[in-house]
Design a protein around this ligand. Structure first.
Ligand code: FAD
Length: 325
């Protein structure tokens, strides 16, 4: 239907990812405004068995694209499902897999692309996406030009929508249409080997403890990892720390790293350079721990703790642990 809102729903280890739940609820809200339905395009381990569950978060229908192999392998099926749908928008999580699939769809189907969006609305039957540009100095609102192909593809960072469980309704589940004939259907994956270090899904973390040059080395990052563990969060890093080889590049936040939007970001031994800031500036709460009272991060942190991280972080971790007992 023309007012339908599609969303990519990734399943990991048999369960819908947090991003899938968020996008299901976001798509349901937009579909309500557009007079259509929220339709999931599900992929990953457990997608077939778990697809109907997305109904709890607002999806009316779910098309299962596939389970096996790397996520990009479902791009052909996704393109076939999108071609059949006539939907007005496709919400895509701003995760590595989401970006890969979105890029394939935009390229193969000539779709207009927007984002990373900090908000999406339907205005007079048109999709409007709101983005922070020029390091957040401007908020840009964009929409597809009249007559542009549909759906508009909108990249959505984590925590933009809140998953809302609206009861026990089950979504109607169907298999993806045949990918044959589409340009993406002609691609096959020859080999896929897991990277040495499992990728940490920083984009989905609601708490991030990020370390910079001040952390001093791999050992220092172990201290940060313990704090992240006690908070149920993930570890991130500045480029200086990643360049030094103390952590994998997958953990780098910023202009040339990942864009994150946690509820709580704790920057430890990070100066707050603009290239780092653009990757975390939409965090809801920012705490900085730095020994330099003039460090730029102090200018935009909600709480700026001036002191030696090696004295503060272990004590903070112990205190939080003891409160949990
Ligand atoms: C094109 C381009 C792209 C870039 N992309 C990125 C990017 O994606 N992400 C990114 O992060 N950077 C990026 N950078 C690099 C960026 O400009 C900064 O150089 C980098 O972010 C600095 O990292 P840092 O804050 O860890 O290090 P520094 O700037 O060296 O800061 C270290 C901080 O640690 C504090 N410190 C030291 N010891 C302690 C202690 N014991 N206790 C408490 N505090 C302590 C210091 O006071 C200092 O503030 C990019 C640069 C360019 C030119």
């Amino acid at each position: 239907m023309a007012g339908d809102i599609l969303f990519l729903a990734e399943f990991v280890d048999g369960r819908a990812s947090r991003a899938a739940q968020e996008l299901a609820s976001g798509a349901a809200g937009l579909a309500g405004e557009a007079g259509g339905a929220a339709v999931g395009l599900a992929y990953g381990a457990g997608a077939t068995a778990g697809a109907a569950e997305l109904g709890r978060f607002g999806a009316s229908r779910v098309v299962v694209l596939g389970e096996a192999g790397p996520a990009i392998g479902v791009a052909g099926a996704a393109a076939a499902a999108v071609r059949e749908s006539q939907a007005m928008a496709l919400l895509v999580p701003a995760t590595p897999n989401g970006r890969d699939i979105a890029a394939a769809l935009v390229g193969a189907l000539d779709l207009p692309a927007f984002g990373p969006a900090r908000g999406v609305r339907i205005v007079d039957g048109v999709v409007r996406s709101e983005q922070a540009t020029l390091q957040g100095a401007f908020i840009t609102v964009s929409e597809p030009v009249p007559g542009a192909p549909t759906p508009a593809v909108v990249l959505i960072p984590a925590n933009t929508f809140t998953p809302e469980e609206g009861g026990s309704a089950e979504a109607e589940v169907s298999a993806a249409p045949s990918a044959a004939g589409g340009r993406l259907g002609e691609v096959s994956i020859v080999e896929s080997v897991a990277a040495e270090q499992a990728s940490v899904n920083l984009e989905e973390a609601s708490v991030i403890v990020a370390g910079g040059r001040g952390v001093g080395g791999e050992e220092g990052f172990e201290t940060l990892r313990q704090l992240a563990d006690v908070l149920g969060g993930a570890v991130g890093a500045s480029r200086a720390a990643a360049d030094a080889g103390w952590v994998a590049y997958q953990l780098q936040i910023g202009q040339t790293g990942k864009v994150v939007k946690p509820s709580l970001y704790i920057g430890v031994g990070i100066s707050g350079a603009i290239q780092h800031r653009v990757g975390m500036q939409t965090a809801e709460h920012v705490i900085a721990i730095n020994k330099d009272p003039d460090a730029p991060i102090g200018e935009f942190a909600d709480l700026f703790v001036v002191g030696d991280l090696f004295a503060i972080v272990p004590r903070l971790t112990d205190e939080l642990r003891s409160r949990k007992r």
